[in-house]
Design a binder for this molecule. Structure first.
Ligand SMILES: Cc1cc2nc3c(=O)[nH]c(=O)nc-3n(C[C@H](O)[C@H](O)[C@H](O)COP(=O)(O)OP(=O)(O)OC[C@H]3O[C@@H](n4cnc5c(N)ncnc54)[C@H](O)[C@@H]3O)c2cc1C
Length: 407
């Protein structure tokens, strides 16, 4: 194992933005449906049919403003939203030839960076605490600020942006794109405390009398694992692996990396592993057809691997430190040697402290234990995608204002 300069840090990213002529041609392909399925399918109600109609009538400026009116993280979503399961899923144009590239249009409009001047209501004397400085925590703080509330964000890492900044590879989502959308959210009504972990550096006792409302936007932080893998030197959890790939200047290199899992995160691990290992292998417990990742991720993952082995589930380590797998449907065993095993088999909410505030049943929050405590984002969204996480914010803002008896 040797160290080398990390090839995954920012740099190689080439923005592939369609130009205005291409975007207009794409928008013209829209069938202008009476009941636009693109808009019905979007959890954030970004209303693609409306920004496409604005484009088609020549109102580029209006279309560009509209995307930010609907979604404060439009440029980010224009890069990573799995549009094939939302707006592009049932696009009727697909029945004729191919679906309209809605995400590309959204991305182009967001790249123009047009936002209406925002109105901020006068400050009231209320202050909220937001735990978690991911995209949802930041959007929440911004929305509260606009309605007159100050907030303090506690973020345990050194960065704002949550999974976008910590785990999604820079070749899919570079920092410049993250900053394009997140920087405008911050203002003097929002205080940020980085490197501050709730439950460790700050406890509920410390803060309970200081804030009118506490909102948890802590995401999914607890990785699933197998007992026999815990603390093994050849095993790394997907989130830690992706953090290393995104942030460390020098990285270890490997002869062979095996990534275990079939999710989008597993595909990000495979694609990242390609840059630091001579050989990359994916292992999934079921058949190929049951891989859970979306089509775009799968293409990326399959491009990266030298081999993908199916129907194998981890069992134990052998005496020389190679992992032994079992056939998922049978008994036979197979050793799959590697210098590093990356475990990407899912994440859960960290109930170690959340259980003090919420009723949690099988990893899902079912109710609150205190009236002044709220939650939003991945910890409450069914889909674990950015638009789905963001779609939870508005309702919680409403709940907070009702609780505080504010307009
Ligand atoms: C590898 C990977 C790839 C993904 N790819 C896509 C994609 O292509 N498209 C898509 O739409 N979505 C994708 N997602 C999902 C998307 O990133 C999330 O839906 C989104 O980030 C959720 O936002 P959030 O703010 O709820 O949580 P997070 O982004 O997880 O942010 C939570 C924040 O809370 C902080 N925190 C946690 N515990 C504490 C504590 N005790 N004290 C203080 N701070 C704390 C964390 O450090 C983190 O910054 C991906 C996620 C991952 C992990």
């Amino acid at each position: 194992m040797a160290k080398k300069n990390n090839p995954l840090i920012e740099d190689n990213y080439q923005e592939e933005l369609l130009d205005l002529t291409q975007i207009q041609a794409e928008a013209k392909r829209c069938l202008n449906c009476k009941a636009p399925r693109c808009s019905l399918m979007c959890p954030m109600q970004c209303e693609p049919h409306r920004f496409i109609a604005l484009l088609n009538s020549g109102n580029i400026e209006e279309a560009a403003k509209f995307v930010y009116e609907k979604n404060l993280l439009s440029y980010i979503c224009g890069h990573i939203c799995p549009s094939e399961k939302y707006c592009e899923k049932n696009c009727l144009r697909g029945r004729i030839d191919r679906v309209v590239k809605v995400r590309e249009i959204h991305r182009y409009l967001a790249s123009l960076n047009r936002r209406d001047e925002e109105e901020f209501q006068p400050l009231n004397n209320k202050h909220a605490l937001i735990i978690g400085g991911g995209p949802v925590g930041l959007v929440m703080a911004h929305k509260l600020a606009k309605r007159g509330l100050k907030s303090t964000i506690l973020e345990k890492s050194l960065y704002l942006g949550g999974a976008l900044r910590q785990q999604i590879p820079a070749f899919r989502l570079p920092s410049s794109v993250i900053e394009h959308d997140l920087n405008p959210l911050l203002n003097e009504r929002i205080e940020v405390k980085l490197n501050t972990t709730f439950g460790k550096d700050v406890t509920y006792e410390d803060i309970k009398d200081k804030y009118y409302a506490t909102i948890f936007t802590t995401g999914l932080d607890k990785a699933r694992t197998y007992n026999f893998m815990k603390n093994h030197p050849k095993v790394v959890l997907a989130h830690d692996f992706l953090k290393m790939c995104r942030h460390e200047l020098d990285v270890d290199t490997y002869d062979k990396i095996v990534v275990i899992g079939g999710s989008d995160t597993a595909m990000d691990c495979l694609a990242s592993a390609k840059s630091i290992a001579k050989e990359v292998v994916g292992v999934y417990r079921r058949e190929k057809e049951r891989l859970r990742a979306n089509k775009e991720s799968l293409e990326m993952g399959f491009k990266a691997v030298d081999d993908f082995i199916f129907n194998r589930t981890p069992l134990r380590f052998d005496e020389v430190g190679n992992m032994v797998f079992k056939n998922y449907y049978g008994e036979e065993e197979e050793t799959i040697p590697a210098s590093l095993y990356v475990l990407a088999i899912g994440v859960l909410i960290d109930d170690s402290y959340l259980k003090n505030f919420f009723e949690i049943v099988e990893g899902i929050i079912k109710g609150k234990k205190m009236p002044n405590v709220f939650y939003a984002g991945d910890i409450s969204s069914p889909d674990k995608t950015l638009v789905s996480a963001l779609s939870t914010v508005e309702e919680v803002v409403k709940e907070i204002f009702e609780y505080l008896k504010l307009d």
